[in-house]
Write a protein that binds this ligand. Structure first.
Ligand code: SAM
Length: 266
């Protein structure tokens, strides 16, 4: 996968690409990247990249000229081009899988009040928000997206690790290889088996793989019900998960998520 990130502050991004799993993926040729300084496309001697907003209001907006030129050079909009913005669609694991299937990804980091709508209309294929809050600039958001996406690229980390984590656990795949619904990951433990008088759940040291798998699925359902009940209200929940859910609700006296009204289960 080739990742191009357009930014006014590429220095904020460099450390990520040069560290840890990403650095290894780059070295192995699984990922390549380019960090583009939008200022390099400014045409005046002050390398100006922002101006006041038409219609008034506080703050500045990134100029369409330099950003548009940088996007042209990056190959947008023929390549999937994502603008990170709090007013975009909320990022999730399904979107990460979708982006991971692309050969090329171009990311645009906003700054100040954001970017000119005409640049969005001309070059941007996806507007993506990483959460319901406002950051001062798009670099951190771009790294969140890149980190969630590149680890799904074939060979970067093992398929087993990916199958056994939040948003994919214990659920069958559809014909397109995607999980039909999501669970959060179960609690995990390592040595020592007894820490501060807290022994790990006995089943995990039993060596009985089927029982361990059952325990993990049940704990995943329990945690998802507690923290993210709306995930359990999604369509496509396997019967085994539905059964566990009913059991947990009866045990705890809690209400089952309402499929018509997700998010009101607690
Ligand atoms: N005026 C914008 C608004 O109200 O929607 C906020 C601009 S914000 C101060 C500057 C830049 O930070 C944005 O253009 C965007 O690139 C980035 N940003 C801020 N919050 C974000 C979020 N939740 N998700 C993705 N990008 C975000």
């Amino acid at each position: 996968m080739n990742i191009t990130v357009l930014s006014l502050f590429p220095g904020m991004l460099r450390g990520f690409f040069e560290s840890s799993i990403m650095a290894r993926a780059v070295k192995r040729g699984l990922v390549s990247y380019e960090l583009v300084d939008i200022r390099d496309y400014a045409t005046d001697r002050h390398r100006k990249c922002d101006d006041e907003v038409f219609g008034g209001g506080a703050g500045m907006l990134m100029l369409p000229g330099p950003l548009g030129a940088a996007l042209e050079a990056a190959g947008s909009p023929a390549k999937r081009t994502v603008f990170l913005t709090p007013s975009g669609r909320l990022f999730n694991q399904a979107m990460a899988r979708d982006f991971a299937a692309e050969r090329d990804l171009v990311l645009v980091c906003g700054h100040y009040e954001g970017i000119d709508q005409r640049v969005i209309d001309t070059y941007v294929t996806d507007e993506v928000s990483i959460g319901d809050y406002v950051l001062s600039s798009g670099e951190v958001a771009a790294l969140v997206l890149v980190d969630a996406v590149y680890r799904l690229v074939d060979g970067v980390i093992t398929g087993e690790s990916l199958a056994e984590e939040s948003f994919g656990l214990g659920l069958p795949e559809g014909s397109d290889g995607r999980k039909s619904a999501s669970l959060l990951e179960y609690p995990q433990y390592t040595r020592p088996a007894d820490y501060a008088s807290m022994p790990v759940p006995e089943v995990l040291t039993s060596g009985h793989h089927a029982n361990i798998a059952r325990w993990r699925l049940r704990e995943s359902v329990r945690k998802t019900l507690a923290y993210r009940p709306e995930l359990l209200a999604a369509a496509g929940l396997p019967e085994e998960v539905r059964r566990l859910l009913r059991e947990i609700v009866i045990e705890g006296g809690s209400r089952e998520p309402d499929t018509e009204d997700p998010g009101r289960a607690n």
